[in-house]
Design a protein around this ligand. Structure first.
Ligand code: ATP
Length: 771
C-alpha cells in the first residue's frame, strides 16, 4: 500500500476515461467564504493564498445531488442569478452614493469652515483645515489597521488575482467591505492624493461575494435560502458582476464597467456572464442617476452639484486638425513615460515600506498616514498662498465660467488669498478644491486660459510626488483620480503650448487635459478599450474618441517598453501568483514533465488507513492528492481528492471502517451532501483541529465516493505553453501529468458534441451533467 509515502506518477493504464482536455462546464458547487483575514493587509504572502476550484467535481455525491434536484431547481437557479445581478447593482450603487455623499459633505463642511475662517485669520484657517483632514485620515487608517487590514489599497490587484483563480484570505469579508466604505470616506474626504474609484471596485466585489454566500455567517447576517451560489465558479461570476458594478458606479460609466471587468480583471469570460454583467452595470447607472436627481434639489447637503465624476466637456473642441495629431502623440509618450515611472517608484516605495516600515506595527502605519496627511494639507494650503490671483472673466452665461460667489465655496474657481471678490487663484482652484471639482476645472474647455504654466507645473510636481508617497499607505486608495489629475495637468500644459503654436486652429486646452488624463492612465494601468470607453462616458463627447484611442495606444506601448502595468506589479509584489494572458516564450521549449521534474507525487491509496491520511495531511501542505487503486492490471489513478474533503471525512468519522477493502457508494446518506459536492476550501479548517483516538486512527477510509474521478490530465510531453493555456483558460487548480497512453478508446470531434439540445435555453446556464 502507498499510504502517505512519496510515489511516482503511476502508469497510465486505466487513464483513458480521464479527460485529456475537456470542454468547460457551466457550473459546480464550491468553496465557502473566506473566513479569515490577513493580519496585515500589506504583508500578504503566498502562504495567505490558495487557488480557487472552478472545476466540477463529478463524484458520487455530486451525481446523487443532481438526482435529488427537483424540476424547479433549474428555473430557480437561473432566476436567482439574475436577481443577484440586480441586487449587486443596487447594493453597489447605494454604496457609491453613500461614499460620495459622505465625501462631498465632509469636503463641503471643511472648505466652508476654512473659507469662513480665513476671512479673519489664515493661520487659524490653516489649522482648522489641517485638523479636519487629519481627523478624517486618522479615522481611515485606524479602521484599516485595527479592523479591516485587507481594505488597504485599491483592492484591484487582489480582485484581479481572485478572478485569475487565487483567493487572498480576507479580501471579500464583511468587515473588509465595511472598512473599505468607511476607510474610503476618511482617506478621500481627508484630501489625500488618492481616489475612491478603485476601492469602489473592491466594494462591488465584496457586496457580490457576500450576497452570493447569503450574507455574513460570522456576524449572523446570513440567510440559507440564497445560499445556492457557494461554488467558486458561481462566486467568480458574481464577483465579476461586482467589479463591473464598482466601475459603473464610480464613473457613471456602465459600458466602461463591463469592459473593465472584461479587459482588466477577469481571466475568464462567457456570453452568459456578459449579459448579467451588462445588466448589473445598467442597474447601477439607474440607481446612481435616481440618487443624483433626488439630491440635485439640495436634499443631500453639499452633495449634488459636484458629486460623482461626470466631466461633461461638450461645448469645447469638437473637431481636430491633422496637425494636432503630433502633439497629441507626444502627450501619449509623456503619459507612457510618467506612468511607467509612477509604477516603478510606487513599486520601490511599497517594497521599502514592507521591509522596513510596516513590519514595525500598526502605530507606525497610523503615524505614517497622519504625517502624509499633514504634508498634503500644508502643501495644498500654503502653495496657493504664494500665487497671485487673476481677475475673473466677464460673467458670460454662455461661457459657463463660474467665478466664486460667495468667495471660494461652491464655484469651480476658488477665491483664495485674493484681494478682490471677482478674482480667482488658479493654483488653489486645483489644489484647494475637491478632486472632482479640480478635474472639472482642468478639463474645462472655455475661451480663456484659466491656468498659468507656472501653476500647472507646480501642481504637477507636487501632486505627482504626493501620489507616489501616498500610494501604499494603510488606507483604501484608488489611483484613477490621482492619475487623471496628473495627466490632465501636463495635458493642459501641452495644450497651452499648442494653442500658442497653432494660433489659427480652434484648440481647447481642456481637450488636451482630457487626453493627458487618458494617457497617464494608459501609461500606468495599461488599459485601452475600457479606459477609452470610460473617458468617453465621463466626458460625454464621442467626437474625441479617435484622439483618446490614439493617446492610449501610444502611452500603453511606451509604458510596456519599461515595465508591467500598475496592478500586475502590485499583485506580484503581494505574492499573488497571477497567470498572465500569454505563457512565457521559454515555455514553448519546455514540456509538462520539465515543470514537475524531481517531484515526488504524494498519492493516497483508495482505501487508506486513517493514521496515514492524517500523516500525509500533517507532513504536506498540498491541497490535492492523486488517489491510486491496485487492480488486476496493476496500479491505476482513479482520481483526485481534495484536502478539504479529507478534513470533512476525518472530522465526521462516520465513514471509518474496519475493513481494508472498498465499500463502494451508498455511504453518502450519512453526510451533508454539499460538503462533498462543493470543492470546499480548506480555509479555516486545519488537521490540527481534528482529534482522533488511537482506535480511530487504526481504522480505514474508502476515498472512492468522494474523489474527483475525472481530473484534467496532460501527457508528459505536451509543451508547457499548451499546458499553461489549458490551465488558465479552464481555470484549473490541479492537472495530472501522465505518461503517453498506450491506446485510444475513442475520438471526439466537434460533431460528437452537437447533441440534440433540450429546447430550454436556460439549461445552458447549468453544470454540464445537470442538463
Ligand atoms: P494551491 O496552492 O494552488 O491551492 P496546492 O496547495 O494543491 O494548490 P501547492 O502545495 O501549493 O499545491 O503546490 C506547491 C508545489 O507542490 C507545486 O510545485 C506542486 O506541483 C507540488 N504539489 C502539489 N500537490 C502535490 C502532490 N500531491 N504531490 C507532490 N507534489 C505536489
Amino acid at each position: 500500500m502507498l499510504s502517505g509515502v512519496d510515489h511516482d506518477v503511476p502508469d497510465g493504464i486505466g487513464m483513458a476515461r480521464l479527460a485529456w482536455t475537456r470542454l468547460p462546464t457551466a457550473d459546480g458547487e464550491g468553496a465557502g467564504p473566506s473566513t479569515s483575514a490577513v493580519a496585515d493587509g500589506e504583508l500578504l504572502s503566498a502562504a495567505a493564498m490558495e487557488s480557487l476550484d472552478y472545476e466540477v467535481i463529478e463524484n458520487y455525491a455530486y451525481r446523487e445531488e443532481q438526482a435529488q434536484r427537483s424540476k424547479f431547481w433549474v428555473p430557480y437557479y437561473v432566476m436567482l442569478k439574475w436577481l443577484f445581478s440586480l441586487l449587486i447593482g443596487v447594493g453597489t450603487g447605494l454604496a457609491a452614493i453613500f461614499i460620495n455623499l459622505a465625501v462631498e459633505n465632509f469636503s463641503g463642511w471643511k472648505y466652508t469652515a476654512t473659507f469662513a475662517i480665513i476671512k479673519h485669520s489664515y493661520f487659524v484657517g490653516f489649522f482648522v483645515y489641517t485638523v479636519f483632514n487629519l481627523a478624517l485620515v486618522f479615522s481611515s487608517v485606524y479602521i484599516v489597521t485595527n479592523f479591516a487590514p485587507a481594505a488597504a489599497g485599491s483592492g484591484i490587484p487582489e480582485i484581479k488575482g481572485y478572478l485569475n483563480g487565487v483567493d487572498t484570505h480576507g479580501i471579500l469579508l464583511f468587515r473588509t467591505l465595511v472598512g473599505k466604505i468607511f476607510g474610503s470616506i476618511g482617506s478621500v474626504g481627508g484630501g489625500l492624493a488618492l481616489g475612491k474609484e478603485g476601492p469602489l471596485v473592491h466594494t462591488g466585489a465584496c457586496i457580490a461575494s457576500l450576497l452570493g454566500q447569503g450574507g455574513s455567517a460570522k456576524y449572523h447576517l446570513s440567510s440559507r435560502w440564497v445560499r445556492i451560489f457557494e461554488s467558486d465558479r458561481d462566486r467568480r461570476d458574481l464577483v465579476t458582476c461586482g467589479c463591473a458594478a464598482g466601475v459603473a458606479a464610480a464613473f457613471r460609466a456602465p459600458v466602461g464597467g463591463v469592459l473593465f471587468a472584461l479587459e482588466e480583471v477577469t481571466s475568464w469570460w462567457r456570453s452568459h456572464l456578459m449579459w448579467r454583467v451588462f445588466f448589473t452595470s445598467a442597474v447601477v447607472a439607474v440607481v446612481v442617476r435616481s440618487a443624483m436627481n433626488w439630491c440635485n434639489s439640495g436634499k443631500c447637503g453639499h452633495f449634488g452639484a459636484g458629486g460623482f465624476i461626470i466631466w461633461d466637456i461638450s461645448g469645447g473642441q469638437e473637431d481636430y486638425s491633422y496637425q494636432e495629431l503630433f502633439p497629441m502623440a507626444i502627450i501619449g509618450v509623456i503619459g507612457g513615460l510618467l506612468g511607467a515611472l509612477f509604477n516603478q517608484l510606487t513599486l520601490y516605495i511599497t517594497k521599502w515600506r514592507r521591509t522596513y516600515l510596516h513590519k514595525k506595527g500598526k502605530r507606525v502605519q497610523i503615524f505614517e498616514a497622519c504625517l502624509i496627511s499633514l504634508v498634503t494639507s500644508t502643501i495644498s494650503f500654503v502653495l496657493p498662498l504664494l500665487r497671485k490671483c487673476s481677475p475673473c472673466p466677464q460673467l458670460d452665461t454662455n461661457s459657463g465660467i463660474e467665478c466664486p460667489h460667495p468667495p471660494g465655496t461652491d464655484g469651480n474657481f476658488v477665491n483664495f488669498y485674493c484681494s478682490k471678490d471677482r478674482e480667482y487663484n488658479d493654483l488653489a482652484t486645483i489644489f484647494f478644491n475637491t478632486q472632482d471639482d479640480a478635474i472639472r476645472n482642468l478639463f474645462s474647455a472655455k475661451t480663456f486660459h484659466e491656468y498659468s504654466a507656472q501653476s500647472l507645473i507646480t501642481f504637477l510636481v507636487m501632486f505627482y510626488s504626493l501620489a507616489v508617497v501616498t500610494f501604499g499607505t494603510a488606507v483604501p486608495a484608488g489611483q484613477f483620480v490621482p492619475g487623471i489629475m496628473i495627466g490632465s495637468t501636463y495635458g493642459r500644459l501641452v495644450g497651452m503650448f499648442v494653442v500658442k503654436f497653432y494660433k489659427k486652429l480652434n484648440i481647447e486646452e481642456g481637450t488636451y487635459a482630457l487626453l493627458g488624463a487618458a494617457s497617464f492612465l494608459g501609461g500606468s494601468m495599461r488599459m485601452t478599450v475600457s479606459l477609452c470607453v470610460i473617458m468617453v462616458e465621463i466626458t460625454n463627447n464621442l467626437k474625441l474618441l479617435p484622439l483618446i484611442m490614439l493617446v492610449l495606444l501610444v502611452s500603453k506601448a511606451v509604458g510596456d517598453f519599461f515595465n508591467e502595468g500598475l496592478y500586475e506589479e502590485q499583485a506580484r509584489l503581494r505574492g499573488i501568483p497571477l497567470l498572465d494572458s500569454r505563457p512565457k516564450q521559454v515555455m514553448r521549449n519546455m514540456n509538462a514533465r520539465d515543470a514537475c521534474k524531481n517531484q515526488k507525487v504524494v498519492c493516497l491509496p483508495r482505501v487508506s488507513r486513517v493514521v496515514d491520511i492524517v500523516s500525509v495531511l500533517r507532513t504536506n501542505k498540498h491541497n490535492g492528492f492523486p488517489v491510486v487503486d491496485r487492480g488486476l492490471n496493476g496500479e491505476s489513478v482513479i482520481g483526485l481528492i481534495l484536502r478539504s474533503h479529507l478534513l470533512v471525512l476525518l472530522q465526521a468519522k462516520v465513514d471509518f471502517q474496519n475493513s481494508p477493502f472498498p465499500c463502494g457508494p451508498g455511504v453518502l446518506n450519512r453526510h451533508n451532501l454539499s460538503d462533498f459536492v462543493k470543492p470546499a476550501s480548506s480555509k479555516g479548517k486545519s488537521i490540527d483541529d481534528i482529534h482522533l483516538t488511537e482506535d480511530e486512527l487504526g481504522l480505514y477510509l474508502d476515498l472512492a465516493p468522494f474523489l474527483n474521478p475525472s481530473p484534467y490530465v496532460v501527457p508528459e510531453d505536451m509543451s508547457l505553453a499548451k499546458v499553461y493555456n489549458l490551465f488558465r483558460q479552464l481555470g484549473l487548480r490541479h492537472i495530472f501529468v501522465v505518461p503517453r497512453p498506450s491506446r485510444v478508446v475513442g475520438l471526439i470531434t466537434r460533431k460528437d458534441l452537437l447533441l440534440e439540445e433540450d429546447s430550454n435555453n436556460v439549461m445552458a446556464e447549468l453544470p454540464s451533467t445537470s442538463v
